[in-house]
Design a protein. Sequence first.
Length: 310
Amino acid sequence: MRDPNVPESLEGWWILHRMFSFDRRSWDALPEKRRSKYASHASDLFEHLQSGKDGDASCAQLIGHKGDLMLTHYARNFDGLAYAQTLVDKLEVREYLQPLGSYVSVLELGLYEATAKIHEELRSRGLAAHAPEWIAAFDELVRKQAESTHVGPRLWAKIPRRRYVCFYPMNKKREGNDNWFALPFDVRAKMMVEHGKVGRSYHGLVTQVISGSIGFDDYEWGVIFTPTIRSSSRNSSTRCASTRPARDSASLVRFGAACNSHRTNCACSSTETRFRRSSPRDSAARSGACDRGGVAGSGRHARCGADAAA
């Protein structure tokens, strides 16, 4: 936007989350050969969606009565997401999946610190604000941010193949005097620097993906956490615990394994309840169970004043 009061941002993957319930009884009633055939087709499709540089996909079993399965798709544009969604909907197993909700967003990296430095540098060059040469210089400095070794790889990293994942949407607080967007830029920037320092203290323990969804869905951002550890992981947003499901409930686990075929690590998921249009205060992130090995996790979404630049 080239506005000194608005942080610039960089965009990466377009992201689609889809939540389903699973008709276990109808699935289990199918002949074994047909179930194997359908699972094989799903496995082949996910191998296709996970290959190459233009996208990725994962699936996770959800715990609780609000849903059974979450599919996550990465693509370089909306067309890529539509392509993945269409192929999934053509699978035979799709007959046994009832859609419960979805979330569309784009991976976003905020540039609070960089934005202030860019404007300061252009002032030091003596360029007239918003003149053609100023705009060209501004865009070049933003482009260099995207090419940096720290930022660039984060825009296009594949979905982590890990034991747990926690996903929830969030809004900035904007109630009365507690309004993030009414704060001066320097105040917001200082808070984001402090917020970033807290996040960096978890470096190596958890991978975070922030996606923007203003104009695309019901909330402003989506947040994805994937802890790197397999045992209990605790922080302000995620709690994970180990458990084992009963063997007689393994049908969906097998289907989940087909989605992440031949992978020893797998994803679990928690999602905001029904993505209803309500205050983020009500957003209880749902627990999820691993699609291979039955590890459950849970998350709790608290009202957050943190920015997407975290």
